[in-house]
Design a protein around this ligand. Structure first.
Ligand code: SAM
Length: 277
């Protein structure tokens, strides 16, 4: 845990973003459920499904906030690990009790084999809430919390197998700089994955979505978190973010290969993926 140093945001946008998440941190999870009608959970599950991480993988979750992606990652890896153990045991023709107990060794039950998830966020408050959540869930071997800026990550080169950023990149001031940093900290062969609000493709859904977000989201923000402005900012930042194709191009320009995207919920959210070769 590195709560030791302060990251002081320099630009106006960065200051604003910092204040927004400082204000909403405590209510952040509740707001996410209320505003997305719980659907953000499915989007995050889909990210994990597409990632399909295996035991031993190292994840960096940037703008990781209260840790949703990292929790899901560790859970998924643990599940894979259990499955592999079960398969190994089943494939043994005449297993002795010794074989079985070796394969069912409970030594590491809490820690996915060498899998690590690092949650990195510029906002100490968001991380504090996430860490509390981890403690109350009795987790988390393999998890660490680091204060850091997506534009200047406090990690060495070639460290991670997977870099994720979920609903975070639109808050970053220089997206190209954040993409460069993602490329730098990934190992060759590593994967970049980003969940972000995007452009709704179906015109009917687009109209409904516009009405909902412009009119309802600031109201919910006021009612639940007592903070209209932060949630108005949220809606505006979604509108300003590049659409699926533009963002794909930016990822390619940063130097990633095999860049693809998938629309979720008709393009309300897009999942972009690319590889460092
Ligand atoms: N990934 C989490 C999730 O999906 O629930 C949190 C997303 S939240 C909408 C956006 C997060 O981005 C906030 O926690 C905020 O502090 C963080 N953030 C904003 N600018 C950042 C930056 N430059 N570097 C790192 N994190 C940043």
């Amino acid at each position: 845990t590195h709560f030791g140093f302060e990251t002081v945001p320099e630009t106006e946008k960065a200051k604003r973003v910092y204040k927004v998440f400082e204000n909403v941190a405590q209510k952040y999870d509740t707001m996410n459920d209320a505003m997305s009608l719980g659907i953000h959970r499915l989007w995050k599950d889909m990210l994990l499904h597409a990632m399909h991480p295996q035991p031993g993988v190292r994840l960096l979750d940037v703008a990781g906030g209260t840790g949703d992606i990292a929790f899901r990652f560790l859970e998924y890896v643990r599940f894979q690990q259990e499955r592999q153990k079960r398969r190994t045991v089943q494939s043994m023709q005449t297993p002795s009790w010794e074989d079985i107990s070796n394969n069912y060794s409970t030594e590491d039950e809490d820690a996915p084999q060498e899998s690590r998830a690092v949650v990195c966020d510029i906002n100490k408050e968001m991380l504090r809430v996430g860490k509390q959540k981890a403690d109350s869930m009795g987790t988390r071997a393999g998890l660490s919390w680091v204060v850091g800026d997506a534009e200047e990550l406090p990690f060495d080169d070639d460290q991670f197998d997977i870099y994720t950023i979920a609903f975070g990149i639109r808050n970053v001031t220089h997206i190209d700089q954040a993409l460069q940093e993602a490329l730098r900290v990934l190992k060759p062969g590593g994967r970049f994955m980003c969940l972000e609000f995007s452009k709704v493709t179906n015109p009917v859904l687009a109209r409904l979505y516009d009405a909902y977000s412009f009119q309802m989201i600031p109201v919910l923000g006021e009612v639940i978190a007592g903070d209209w402005k932060s949630y108005q900012y949220l809606v505006e930042s979604i509108r300003k973010f590049p659409d699926q194709e533009e963002f794909k191009l930016m990822i390619e320009e940063a130097g990633f290969y095999c860049v693809k995207y998938y629309n979720l919920t008709g393009g309300v959210v897009a999942l972009h993926s690319g590889f460092k070769l």
